[in-house]
Design a protein around this ligand. Structure first.
Ligand code: ZN
Length: 307
């Protein structure tokens, strides 16, 4: 079989869960397996778990390469995870370690940028011309962004941290050590905190936090409005500085965009000049949690590493 038509492995390694897929080169079909991230997640243990997942998934004999999506400060060029707060890693040469342990040519990328790559090539951004710019704003537990411009993904490891722009100097302490970051109001973690502070249920995010908005409960609408205002502030920075043709709202929270769209658009109009938003389309992810796999496929197709 030609190298270019053989499948590849793509894995998403989070602080709590890991998932792995064998992805066909045409992106049309893939098989997936999920597992818990090991407790005491040293790089060795994570790679051991990945090896178990690969053999459980099966069919990897033909695989030509592996792409690992991982949160944190990831240097895709050198294959080094510089900082991953969730796993407690610093300066881990992960691509080399994976190559040795698993016997596959390995590339690594920040999880949000891998998502962005998939959404751009196969999802909401697939119709864009190479001259157009896209921001993929992934709102899950927290919020971060990947950017495509001039037909390329911006690959700077430190880029995309819109969650840590200061929104409220009198606000609450952020996990990063600063005060009042956008992420203290935007993301599942922030919303759950806001709901609980008001004595509202928030154990089941979809049912309690999104469901109460869908039902139009005033106390929920008020909290989602606070979320929308902080998100609009973060997006206004992107619009003012980059003016992307397309903003994709992705991640678990981004998927509910239809329910808070009017609040967000009103808040954005308040943040921006009157015509700043002209030419900026805002939509939701077309691929949801398949985006990182298709981002990995894009990397595999572009590089076609030798075995
Ligand atoms: Zn922060």
């Amino acid at each position: 079989m030609e190298n270019s038509s053989r499948p590849g492995f793509v894995a998403d390694i989070g602080g709590t869960n890991m998932r792995l897929a064998l992805v066909a080169r045409d992106g049309g079909a893939f098989r997936e397996i999920r597992s818990k991230t090991p407790s005491l997640p040293t790089p060795e243990r994570v790679l051991d778990r990945l090896a178990e997942m690969m053999s459980a998934l099966g069919g990897g004999e033909q695989a030509t390469g592996l792409v690992l999506g991982i949160p944190g400060l990831v240097d895709a060029e050198t294959g080094v995870v510089r900082i991953n707060a969730n796993l407690g890693w610093r300066n881990v040469a992960l691509a080399d370690a994976a190559r040795q342990r698993l016997g596959l040519a390995t590339m690594i990328q920040n999880d949000v940028r891998l998502h962005t790559l998939g959404e751009w090539r196969f999802g909401a951004g697939r119709e864009l011309t190479p001259r157009q710019t896209m921001a993929d704003v992934v709102i899950g537990t927290g919020i971060a962004m990947g950017l495509v411009s001039g037909g390329q993904l911006l690959n700077t490891p430190e880029s995309g941290e819109i969650g840590h722009i200061t929104w409220d100097r009198q606000g609450i302490r952020c996990g990063c050590g600063k005060t009042g970051c956008v992420e203290t109001m935007v993301g599942a973690k922030a919303l759950i905190r806001l709901f609980r502070e008001q004595g509202l249920p928030a154990d089941d995010f979809a049912h309690d936090v999104v469901g109460s908005l869908r039902a139009g409960r005033p106390e929920s609408v008020r909290l989602w409005n606070q979320f929308s205002r902080a998100l609009a502030f973060g997006l206004s920075v992107i619009v003012m500085v980059v003016h992307p043709d397309l903003i994709v709202l992705s991640g678990g929270v981004g998927q509910s965009f239809g329910w808070w769209r009017p609040m967000l658009m009103k808040a954005l109009q308040d943040e921006l000049f009157s015509d700043s938003l002209s030419g900026v389309r805002i939509t939701t992810s077309a691929l949801a949690d398949r985006a990182p796999y298709l981002g990995g496929l894009t990397l595999l197709s572009e590089t076609s590493p030798p075995r």
